[in-house]
Design a binder for this molecule. Structure first.
Ligand SMILES: [Zn+2]
Length: 287
């Protein structure tokens, strides 16, 4: 499952490729990917121009003229491919070998622009979606049950403390991975943030000291910012805007390294299930 840095990388790729293009037509062969019948998309979309590409949590917001928006989620196996003069993966999971041509049997959504370029939505397992919302309906979707954006300026240490205060009995890893508390952090980055803060991921929120809370907060900002800089992590075959594996993988300190040596203290990285997810951490460095 992609986390915030991977989705942000896709957003930047889309921002570079589709802004300013006008939609000529839209097609989709999978009803469950849409929130309205296909004929409604076909009536609404032609003639609308892409204004910007934004992100909320792990959703992409393709902002169109006329007060319309496409809200897209790549889920487990979604991929976006832009074909202008040539095709290039904008982001998401690489498609199975043998299906590198676009469109292919995993192409379920197609935006054709007036200049004949196309944006394909490929998805092997079809969990992803492309939902159409007016501006008014979109804001309801975006705020529903979602916590703050961790890299937003409004997400301050005070806000983080307040969120922690709501869930005293959560284990810190569970807390970080719950979108109701803070969005976009999954298994990889929660492990890395705990390592940064020198806090064991199975500690209860109510037992954290002030200094540890401040370090966790800094960890959230630093780790996510760095991961975006390197276009994400390539675990689960995620790829960046150029169709390449994210380069952050080589900076991982604990995630997926159980049984290996800690880079700092040379102890062995341990693993433990926390809330159903395998967590990796160092007992020497994390208290
Ligand atoms: Zn260590």
């Amino acid at each position: 499952m992609p986390e915030l840095p991977e989705v942000e990388t896709v957003r930047r790729g889309l921002q570079r490729t589709i802004v300013g293009r006008t939609i000529a037509s839209f097609d989709c062969d999978t009803r469950k990917m849409l929130n309205q019948p296909l004929p409604f998309y076909r009536q609404t979309l032609p003639g609308l121009k892409v204004v910007s590409v934004d992100r909320r949590a792990k959703m992409l917001i393709i902002k169109l003229t006329g007060g319309w928006n496409i809200l897209a989620h790549l889920k487990m196996t979604g991929q976006l491919v832009f074909c202008g003069d040539r095709c290039s993966v904008v982001g998401g999971h690489p498609i199975k070998a043998g299906y590198e041509q676009d469109p292919n049997r995993f192409t379920h959504g197609t935006f054709t622009f007036r200049d004949k370029s196309r944006l394909y939505f490929n998805d092997v397992r079809k969990f992803g979606w492309l939902r159409l919302f007016s501006d008014a309906d979109l804001s309801k979707q975006l705020d529903h049950d979602l916590g703050p954006e961790p890299l937003d300026h409004n997400f301050t240490l005070d806000v983080f403390r307040r969120e922690l205060g709501k869930r005293p009995n959560n284990r810190i890893k569970q807390f970080l991975m719950d979108n109701k508390n803070v969005v976009g952090i999954g298994n990889i980055y929660s492990d890395e943030i705990c390592y940064f803060a020198r806090v064991r991921p199975d500690r209860r929120v109510k037992n954290l000291k002030d200094g540890e809370i401040a370090l966790l907060f800094r960890g959230i900002k630093n780790i996510l910012t760095e991961a975006i800089k390197y276009e994400g992590t390539s675990i689960s075959d995620y790829v960046n805007a150029a169709g390449e594996a994210g380069a952050y993988t080589k900076f991982l300190k604990v995630y997926g390294r159980y049984g290996e040596q800690c880079f700092k203290c040379k102890g062995t990285i341990k693993r433990q299930k926390i809330g159903g997810r395998t967590s990796s951490f160092c007992l020497g460095c994390q208290k």
